[in-house]
Write a protein that binds this ligand. Structure first.
Ligand code: FES
Length: 218
């Protein structure tokens, strides 16, 4: 690979003519540097905002009783999860817990991300139904295999129902049966998170039931 560089010549007759051009060039360079610095500052400020949000006291603490739930992705990221966001039969909503007193969103740990889904209560097994609120149930969004996020809601490879699926190594979990593993290498079910429903408002009713996170590094 060869590089070509502009040649620099100097002569009395061209020096004067070159000065305005050089001045323009320096000016353009200064302007470019200024714009780059401003862009960089804006970028730092934006990533600083995210970092600041995740650094707030309580942001990495596990979900607590009374926490609210806010969407963790999509157009409504940061908004409270409402019943209107949860059609019966899915898909699930991805959410973070939010401390109602401090308004801190507990997004400082990826282990706090939650899947919330609404299913027909008649489709739930007894234990899952006993935890459900109007068919609404919640689980950790972190795969128990190697800790990838569980992102898909798709038809199972081993049945005709939709299931949670981790796309890293295709583990599948059935939310109707306490998120037990129905396919793939995951060694255990997703941790469940008890919910409360008061006058249409969802909140967290207790700590995770079961271990959160993967058994091995991804
Ligand atoms: S990390 Fe989810 S299947 Fe491997």
């Amino acid at each position: 690979m060869s590089h070509s560089y502009p040649s620099i010549t100097s002569s009395p007759s061209t020096d004067n003519a070159a000065e305005p051009e050089a001045a323009h060039c320096q000016c353009t360079t200064r302007r470019s540097l200024l714009l780059a610095a401003l862009a960089s500052t804006a970028c730092l400020a934006s990533s600083g905002d995210v970092a600041a949000a995740e650094d707030q006291p309580g942001a990495d603490e596990r979900p607590k009783k009374g926490d609210l739930l806010v969407q963790s992705e999509g157009d409504r990221e940061g908004s409270l999860v409402t019943l209107a966001d949860l059609p019966v039969g899915g898909p699930p909503v991805h959410a973070w817990p939010k401390d109602p007193k401090t308004s801190v969103v507990r997004s400082g740990s990826r282990l706090n991300e939650i899947l919330i889904i609404r299913l027909d209560p008649a489709d739930l097994d007894e234990q899952t139904r006993s935890r459900a609120q109007d068919g609404i149930i919640a689980y950790s969004a972190i795969c128990s295999h190697a800790g990838c996020p569980v992102t898909a809601w798709v038809k199972s490879d081993v049945g005709d129902k939709d299931v949670f699926k981790c796309m890293c190594h295709n583990s599948e979990y059935d939310p109707r049966k306490g998120a037990q593993v129905v396919f793939g290498p995951a060694p255990r079910r997703l941790a469940a998170l008890p919910l409360a429903l008061n006058e249409g408002a969802l909140s967290i009713a207790g700590s995770f039931i079961g271990k959160v996170g993967g058994q091995q590094p991804g």
